[in-house]
Design a protein around this ligand. Structure first.
Ligand code: ATR
Length: 273
């Protein structure tokens, strides 16, 4: 049988096996889908071993998305522009890489949350690997402007340069955040929550229509979402919807069938923290 797996470090908490099993069940199929915990220096070997044992599809999670991208023999355009890959498919004796995270986020925002992204001004918090993918898909979805604010200003400026869309993307200093006005959409891509740190954010970023989304989910996102609710955001939600959508895009690529994400999302949300 064809084998699938998620690669991460840590990986044991991953919801991907459960999501892919639920998708397969919709088509009366069963899957072999494993969790593989590989330290960064073992990723390349672990992926080759997986392929040698019949592995044909891999989901890639933290912290491997950039390294996985660099291991690929070929990549999609959206993976190249994101500089990261979260879906690897075995083609011949190499990996084909795609990035479905950003498209997954856009599907969650526009489909599930009924948000119109066109013409919006987005505040993007963070300028790391995840921020890059999110920014690329926001531009593709037709937002008017992205303001990037990052703890280390040089990293924000580097991301602005990489995106090469000067009419649509700019950066501001974190310390000036009280002076940059309010936003219809605020996306937290920082890893602060993963290390238990709270972001220092002013409520002046928020108006009565603001949607706040953290691309993490579960406990990691609680700090940011608590701030968002206290600051008066109309909607505040985590990245569980994005997770399910990026998985559905991978599932469709591997199995040629488009799963229903709503029931899987509802089930996961009813069990989340
Ligand atoms: P990921 O792949 O999850 O994006 P990353 O590439 O390491 O991870 O990026 C982490 C991002 O979170 C960076 O933008 C980082 O800011 P710096 O560029 O200043 O390092 C941001 N970040 C991490 N901890 C943070 C904190 N406590 N406050 C604000 N930003 C933080």
């Amino acid at each position: 049988p064809r084998k699938f797996a998620v690669f991460g470090h840590p990986a044991s908490h991953s919801l991907s096996p459960r999501i892919h099993a639920a998708f397969a069940a919709q088509f009366d199929q069963t899957l072999q889908y494993d969790i593989i915990d590989a330290a960064p220096e073992q990723l390349a070997d672990a992926l080759e071993r997986f392929a040698a044992e019949g592995g044909v599809g891999a989901n890639i999670t933290v912290p491997h998305k950039v390294a996985a991208f660099e291991l690929c023999a070929e990549v999609t355009d959206r993976a190249r522009r994101s500089g990261a890959a979260n879906v690897l498919t075995r083609v011949g004796d190499g990996w084909h890489g795609d990035n479905t995270d950003g498209t997954g986020l856009v599907r969650d925002l526009t489909g599930r949350r009924r948000l119109d992204l066109r013409g919006r001004h987005v505040l993007l918090l963070g300028a790391g690997g995840a921020a890059r993918g999110v920014a690329v898909s926001m531009l593709d979805a037709g937002v008017r402007r992205i303001t990037i604010v990052n703890r280390t200003p040089a990293n924000a400026d580097a991301l602005v340069d990489t995106l090469a869309a000067p009419d649509h993307v700019g950066s501001r200093y974190w310390k000036d955040m009280r002076d940059i006005g309010d936003f219809e959409l605020i996306i937290n891509t920082t890893s602060a929550g993963r290390s238990g740190e709270m972001l220092d954010l002013p409520s002046s970023l928020v108006n009565t229509l603001t949607t706040a989304v953290d691309i993490s989910y579960g406990e990691v996102s609680i700090g940011f979402l608590s701030w968002a609710r206290a600051a008066g955001c109309r909607h505040a939600f985590d990245g569980l919807g994005m997770l399910v959508e990026q998985a559905a895009l991978a599932y469709e690529h591997w199995h040629g069938k488009r799963p229903d994400t709503d029931e899987v999302f509802a089930d996961l949300q009813s069990h989340s923290v």
